[in-house]
Design a protein around this ligand. Structure first.
Ligand code: PGA
Length: 293
């Protein structure tokens, strides 16, 4: 093995047999191994798109017609996970209406507490028992309107993953924080305690949602989203290692729509979307199909 790092990589990739190559890669310094893992996995993560319906739509008839439209989506389930997070009172009906079309239904706000005297909460065990496999944790509306703290999100993460749920873990900065140059600092502070607790990186998705872009029609530019998500991935690497960083899926959220899905998803660190307003229209199908072809 050559002394210089780049010599090491070129020896690894030109090694005669697969076994020689594996041995050569294993002997590389960690930083060089990380580069190889990143190169091999770039663009290979499965996309994931969530529709966050919030407290919408207005009626059961609307739920049924949206689900009927989504059922027509043509997508490869090996290329994209599709999850609709319906309002709790609609969730069972949405699940029934979607049937076996490959679209899952998730819970918007999973509880950190269990069964028992916890008025208004949705505990993990009940959600799982009813067939809901996905949940959101830490959406900015939970944080800003209902006082959810970073500690709460960590508790929710622990119980949701102990119950086997897949998680879209939402983070993101406010406009003042972005303008103050604090974007990365905020994202790191919202992830710092959670990342070391992750037990299954296939079931832990980070939803980067700049608060200033949510519901405002002001979408982050592809450059802003890519740069920020690259920095989030670097932070996962610092905290948990290169293999986890290469594996973790990072969604963009904030006025994502069929109009911007292509430009945003073309970036290497954008692995899908968490979509509010645009998931309440039949044209959400276009976003699903773009990611799942
Ligand atoms: P938006 O919402 O797509 O309407 O901006 C995104 C979200 O809140 O998850």
């Amino acid at each position: 093995m050559g002394a210089g790092a780049s010599t090491g990589i070129s020896e690894a990739v030109t090694a005669a047999s697969a076994a020689d190559m594996a041995a050569a890669v294993a002997a590389l310094p960690d930083a060089e191994k990380a580069k190889i893992i990143a190169a091999l996995t770039a663009g290979k993560r499965k996309n994931v798109i969530g529709g966050n319906w919030k407290c919408n739509p207005a009626s059961m008839a609307d739920v049924k017609s949206l689900c009927a439209a989504f059922k027509e989506a043509k997508f490869d389930t090996s290329k994209v996970d599709v999850v609709i997070c319906a309002c709790n009172v609609h969730a069972v009906a949405a699940k029934e209406a979607l049937g076996d079309c490959g679209i899952e239904v998730g819970i918007q706000n999973i509880s950190k507490t269990g069964m028992g005297a916890f008025t208004g909460e949705v505990p993990v065990a009940m959600a799982v028992d009813m067939g809901f496999k996905w949940c959101l944790i830490g959406h900015s509306e939970r944080r800003s309107l209902y006082g959810e703290t970073t500690d709460d999100t960590v508790e929710k993460l622990k119980v949701a993953q102990a119950g086997g749920m897949s998680i879209m873990f939402c983070i993101g900065e406010s406009l003042a924080e972005r303008e103050g140059g604090k974007t990365d600092e905020v994202n790191k502070s919202q992830l710092d305690a959670a990342l070391p607790l992750v037990t299954d990186w296939d079931k832990f998705v980070i939803a980067y949602e700049p608060v200033w872009a949510i519901g405002t029609g002001k979408v982050a530019t592809p450059e802003q989203a890519q740069e920020t998500q690259r920095n989030i991935r670097k932070f996962v690497e610092e905290k948990c290692g290169a293999d986890k960083a290469a594996k973790v899926r990072i969604q963009y959220g904030g006025s994502a729509s069929p109009d911007n899905v292509e430009n945003l998803s073309a970036n290497p660190d954008i692995d899908g979307f968490l979509v509010g307003g645009a998931s309440l229209k039949p044209t959400f199908v276009k976003m699903i199909e773009h990611l799942g072809k």
